[in-house]
Design a protein around this ligand. Structure first.
Ligand code: AMP
Length: 297
């Protein structure tokens, strides 16, 4: 089984062509919907009283929601703006709301999960949650500048408790205080993770293990409208694929990274979760095969 813990949000996303207000977002939302194309994930998260029924229905369509709590108060809200190139995002506001005081509980039926993904979330909560699982084969976590700036020591501690860290390039540099991604990955490995995946947006990703680097390009796209959730969809696709194969072999991990790139590419083609929520399984396999052809030489 695969369990995903992290933020479920109401996002305000400002792109040069469109502003979306109060739309369904959150790291765990994108990651778990993406993973759901491979296995049915369990979601642990919190929403507030203001969380719209239509968004609940979307989550319910793709996920097991026994770990989704509804608390008194407002749902976590994130507000971010993209520049003209759509490759740089500035955070305007992060309102933790019910996420700030959340005391996550792992449902008993999730405790045996062999695959666990700690999506972007408070590292203290992530650390508490990971300790509640009994038989983890593969765990992975992500983080974001907000947590690096406010709780860096806890982020480092969390990274020492998982097998794998997935993080974007700018955040990796900020966290490890170095400009070189290889040095950065090595530092994260020194903190305890066996695998480090550095996401580079439209430039794909780098998987580091032992002293090996496996670079993989992003699936080349002409039309990108909203990059929000691309990284989460990447991670969800990756761990979802591994969970479906019940494998942590390096060959599976390398394929999983390619599925990550493929899932990220679907996420950015539409606004919000639409790119993922309208997706058909056959499109994933088709794009995976195109990807194979694209990188073959
Ligand atoms: P990504 O584009 O992959 O970096 O993920 C964007 C998603 O992360 C958005 O839908 C946000 O709701 C969510 N997010 C932004 N900031 C935070 C934060 N500090 N903690 C948890 N989730 C966040």
């Amino acid at each position: 089984m695969l369990t995903i813990f992290g933020s479920v949000a109401l996002d305000t996303i400002r792109t040069p062509t469109k502003v979306l207000r109060g739309v369904l977002g959150g790291a765990a939302t994108f990651a778990s919907i993406s993973a759901s194309f491979f296995v049915k994930p369990g979601l642990i998260a919190v929403i507030g009283q203001d969380f719209p029924k239509k968004y609940y229905n979307i989550l319910n369509k793709f996920l097991d929601l026994s770990g989704l709590a509804r608390a008194n108060g407002k749902t976590f809200r994130y507000d971010g703006s993209y520049d003209e190139t759509l490759s740089h995002r500035t955070t305007n506001k992060t309102e933790l709301n019910v996420l700030g005081s959340f005391n996550p509980v792992v449902p008993d039926e999730y405790k045996k999960s062999e695959f666990v993904y700690l999506a972007n979330n408070d590292p203290v909560q992530n650390t508490k949650v990971i300790k509640e699982f009994d038989g983890i084969k593969f765990s992975m976590c992500d983080t974001i500048d907000f947590w690096i700036s406010t709780k860096r020591d806890d982020v480092i501690k969390m990274m020492g408790l998982v097998n794998s860290v997935v993080i974007n390039d700018e955040e990796a540099k900020l966290l490890t205080k170095t400009q070189n991604l290889i040095k950065s990955a090595k530092k994260i490995m020194e903190w305890g993770a066996e695998y480090v995946i550095i996401k580079k947006g439209e430039h794909g990703s780098l998987l580091f293990y032992e002293d090996i680097v496996f670079p993989s390009p992003a699936f080349s796209l002409e039309n990108i409208v909203d990059p929000t959730g691309a990284g989460d969809s990447f991670a969800g696709g990756m761990i979802g694929y591994m969970a479906s194969k019940k494998s942590t072999k390096i060959s599976t991990l390398r394929e999983a990274v390619v599925y990550g790139n493929v899932m990220g590419s679907f996420a950015v083609e539409e606004y919000g979760v639409r790119g993922l929520s309208k997706l058909k399984k056959s499109q994933i396999q088709k794009r995976f095969n195109q990807y194979k052809k694209m990188v073959h030489f």
